[in-house]
Design a protein around this ligand. Structure first.
Ligand code: GLN
Length: 274
C-alpha cells in the first residue's frame, strides 16, 4: 500500500513538474465573515488593505486581458477585474503598463507591489512569489502565418520561432528545442511576436491560447493555431513572497464576491461571449 502511494505521488509530482504548473488552483479559501459569540465581526486578514494604494505592474498588448482600446485607455479583463476587486474591498490601485518581463522585474526590484498580467502560476514562480487564487486557465498555443503550410510540431523541425521573454510560452518553446531543434528568437511583447510570424521572420510563435485566438478571431492577426500544450496553467495575481499578504487576501475575498455576484462571469462574457 505504502509502495503504491509513493508511486502515485511520484507520478503526480512528475506530471505537475512536466506541466510546470503550480498546484495552487484552489479558490475555496474560507472567506465568510464569521460573527463572534457577542455578534461583533472578527477582524479579517484583508482588512489591512482598506484605504491603501498599491502600484500594479501589467503587460502592454495582451488582449483581452490588457490592451489599449480605441480611446487610448488601457483596459481588459485583468484591469477591470482588479479595479472591481479594489472597489469592492476598499483599496486603490495605480497601474503601470510595463510589459510582462518588465512588470516582473519591477516587482522583484520593489518598484511595484504586485503584478496582474495574465501571469501563469508555475511551480518555479511559486518559489519566489505568492499568488492569489486562480482567476483563469490557459494552455499555450503555437501559431503560424494564416497561409503557412506548417501544420504540426514535426513541420517546425529546425525552424526559427519567436517567443516572449520570460513567459510560459518561452519555457514551452525551450522544452521543445532538444526534440525539434528550434531556433528561438525573443521579443518583449505579443504584438511584435505576431508581426514576426506575419512577416516571415519566424515560422511560429508561442502564446497563451486564448490571447492569440482572441486576436485571430477579431481579424487583428493573420495567423492560425496549429497545436496547444497538453497542460493548462492557471492565472494568478502575484506579490513577492511574504510581502503584502493582506493584498492577496483582499484579492481572493474580492474574487469570491465577484464570482458570487455574477460580475466575474459578466466581465469574461463581455470578451469571450457567454
Ligand atoms: N501566461 C504567460 C506567463 O505567465 C504569459 C503572460 C503574459 O505574456 N502577459 O508567462
Amino acid at each position: 500500500m505504502k509502495k503504491y502511494l509513493a508511486l502515485t505521488l511520484a507520478i503526480v509530482l512528475s506530471l505537475s513538474l512536466l506541466a510546470g504548473c503550480g498546484a495552487k488552483t484552489d479558490d475555496s479559501t474560507a472567506t465568510d465573515v464569521a460573527p463572534t459569540a457577542s455578534g461583533t465581526v472578527e477582524a479579517q486578514p484583508y482588512d489591512a488593505a482598506v484605504g491603501k494604494t498599491y502600484t500594479i505592474g501589467t503587460d502592454t498588448t495582451f488582449a483581452p486581458f490588457e490592451f489599449e482600446d480605441e480611446t487610448g485607455t488601457h483596459t481588459g479583463i485583468d484591469i477591470q477585474l482588479l479595479d472591481a476587486i479594489a472597489t469592492e474591498m476598499g483599496f486603490k490601485v495605480e497601474w503601470q503598463v510595463l510589459g510582462f518581463t518588465a512588470a516582473v522585474s519591477s516587482l522583484e526590484a520593489g518598484q511595484v507591489d504586485a503584478v496582474m498580467a495574465g501571469m501563469s502560476i508555475t511551480a518555479e514562480r511559486q518559489e519566489k512569489y505568492d499568488f492569489s487564487n486562480s482567476y483563469y486557465d490557459s494552455t499555450t498555443g503555437i501559431a503560424v502565418a494564416a497561409d503557412s503550410k506548417v501544420a504540426s510540431l514535426d513541420d517546425l523541425k529546425g525552424q526559427t520561432v519567436v517567443a516572449k521573454t520570460g513567459t510560459t510560452g518561452a519555457t514551452y518553446a525551450e522544452s521543445l528545442v532538444a526534440d525539434y531543434a528550434l531556433n528561438i528568437l525573443y521579443v518583449e511583447d505579443s504584438a511584435t511576436m505576431y508581426t514576426y510570424v506575419e512577416s516571415g521572420q519566424a515560422v511560429a510563435c508561442f502564446e497563451d491560447y486564448p490571447i492569440i485566438q482572441y486576436e485571430i478571431s477579431r481579424g487583428n492577426v493573420s495567423c492560425k493555431v496549429i497545436t496547444q500544450s497538453e497542460e493548462s496553467c492557471p492565472y494568478g495575481f502575484a506579490v513577492m513572497k511574504g510581502t503584502n499578504p493582506e493584498l492577496i487576501a483582499a484579492f481572493n475575498e474580492g474574487l469570491t464576491r465577484l464570482k458570487d455576484s455574477g460580475e466575474y462571469d459578466t466581465l469574461l462574457a463581455s470578451y469571450f461571449g457567454a
